[in-house]
Design a protein around this ligand. Structure first.
Ligand code: MG
Length: 278
């Protein structure tokens, strides 16, 4: 009799577990056992009553992540990246002033340099949330001080500036120093290489979201690695990053990536600029 019950019950239990297996979501997995109530573990899951008894029940097989070659043999960047400046020309860039051809200087070493007072340049293509890689260099010959020494900037969505500045032996207000989200977030560290050498910014930008009335319903965020050092850790964008005034929150969709001509002969150079759309 007992054997008969086992024969019926065990297959039934197996079918029940298998039926639930496909429904287990990542959220459900993450929430298991994350909170305690008294001495009991409280599990926030619609499957709380069924504790997995095999490893397979908590293994997911889809969706399968896309394959990205990090060292694409032709592009020399991740295979799904969009190269915005590869060293040869400024075809992907226009003047922010009047949308004519970008007037910055293309050098014969695969870099480009701010052409003083010709204005900012921006990408032809518009982007929303992105992973951005770029390299920048302050002029080796030191000119000016404070905000007037090697000042440029990377404007995400054309609106939110990650500061570029030669801060070596050059103090300024900390929410405007190199790696700051200009006048919003002080960087966690100052990780510049010596003046005249190439810095690397790797930036993850998530665009803010707006409703149909134009109100912001979700803030954007920025993460910055400066030469591999985390200096902005998923910080919340409070709005635009003006020189004078508070941040503003105009509704927007995708926008260009913009690089700053600070207008004071801050001849900053850039190279190897690429993005991956998120
Ligand atoms: Mg700047």
């Amino acid at each position: 009799m007992l054997m008969g019950i086992r024969l019926i019950f065990i297959p039934f239990l197996s079918i029940l577990v298998l039926a639930c297996k496909d429904k287990v979501s990542v959220d459900a997995l993450e929430s298991r056992g994350t909170e305690t109530g008294g001495e009991e573990i409280v599990v926030h899951s619609e499957y709380a009553g069924i504790e997995p008894t095999t490893p397979e029940e908590t293994e997911l097989y889809k969706p399968v992540p896309a394959v990205v070659n990090p060292y694409d043999p032709i592009k020399k960047v991740p295979s799904d990246a969009i190269v915005l400046f590869g060293g040869d020309n400024l075809d992907n860039w226009i003047s922010s002033r009047d949308s004519t051809a970008a007037k910055w200087i293309v050098n014969n070493d695969g870099s480009m340099t701010v052409n003083n007072k010709t204005g900012d340049i921006q990408t032809v293509q518009n982007f929303g949330s992105i992973q951005l890689h770029l390299e920048w260099k302050s002029p080796a010959e030191i000119q000016g001080k404070g905000q007037s020494r090697g000042n440029s900037g990377v404007f995400l969505n054309g609106l939110y500036e990650v500061q570029v500045l030669d801060n070596n032996d050059n103090d300024t207000y900390v929410n405007g120093q190199v790696g700051s989200i200009y006048k919003q977030h002080v960087p966690l560290a100052m990780a510049s290489v010596p003046t005249g050498e190439w810095n690397i910014y790797d930036i993850i930008y998530h665009a803010p979201e707006f409703n149909d009335e134009g109100d912001k319903i979700k803030s954007g965020t920025i993460t910055v690695l400066h030469n591999g050092v985390l200096i902005q850790d998923n910080v919340e964008i409070k709005g635009t990053t003006p020189y004078i005034g508070w941040p503003k929150n105009p509704a927007h969709g995708k926008g260009p990536l913009r690089l700053q001509d600070h207008g004071d002969n801050s001849r900053v150079s850039y190279r190897n600029i690429w993005v991956r759309e998120l």
